[in-house]
Design a protein around this ligand. Structure first.
Ligand code: CO
Length: 152
């Protein structure tokens, strides 16, 4: 087990388009275990690899219903809308309401490279969208239409 330091807003790695994972090996499994431990230690519900300084398309989520691991995730469908308060481990002490899709269908690979599809509504849908945004270098503050003090 290893707990990484979480990269904060202003670090350029958070703005990169993360690289597709092509090697499904023990290193990837270890990375995902460490990301999960880091997320839990930080009391978060989701973490993307760029948040620990690793620009790869890897996400872990746990909104209370168990661990979800996504490698190379892709949103296939999105519908509806919901507005709720959102935060990010890379943007400490800041929360704001964000408009997200109410339901998403996501295609991803697991740590063994096997493809699967996951559907989420409500808070899980929000977490999926937030974490997948991280892989594109997008932070939730980018989605706000007002001026945000912590913005770069
Ligand atoms: Co975040």
């Amino acid at each position: 087990m290893a707990v990484y330091e979480i990269v904060k807003i202003g670090d350029p790695v958070l703005r990169e388009k993360a690289k597709t994972v092509t090697k499904f090996n023990a290193n990837l499994g270890r990375l995902m275990d460490d990301m999960y431990d880091t997320m839990v230690a930080a009391k978060g519900v989701g973490l993307a690899a760029p948040q620990i300084g690793i620009s790869k398309r890897v996400v872990v989520i746990d909104v209370g219903d168990g661990r979800i691991e996504l490698v190379n995730p892709e949103i296939l469908e999105a519908e509806g809308s919901q507005i709720d308060v959102e935060g990010c481990l890379s943007i400490p002490d800041f929360q704001e309401e964000v408009n997200r899709s109410q339901r998403v269908k996501v295609k991803a690979q697991n740590r063994n490279g096997e493809e699967y599809v996951i559907e989420g509504t409500g808070f899980l849908a929000r977490a999926l969208q937030h974490e997948i945004d991280h892989l594109e270098g997008v932070l939730f503050v980018d989605l706000l239409d007002k001026n945000v003090p912590t913005r770069e």
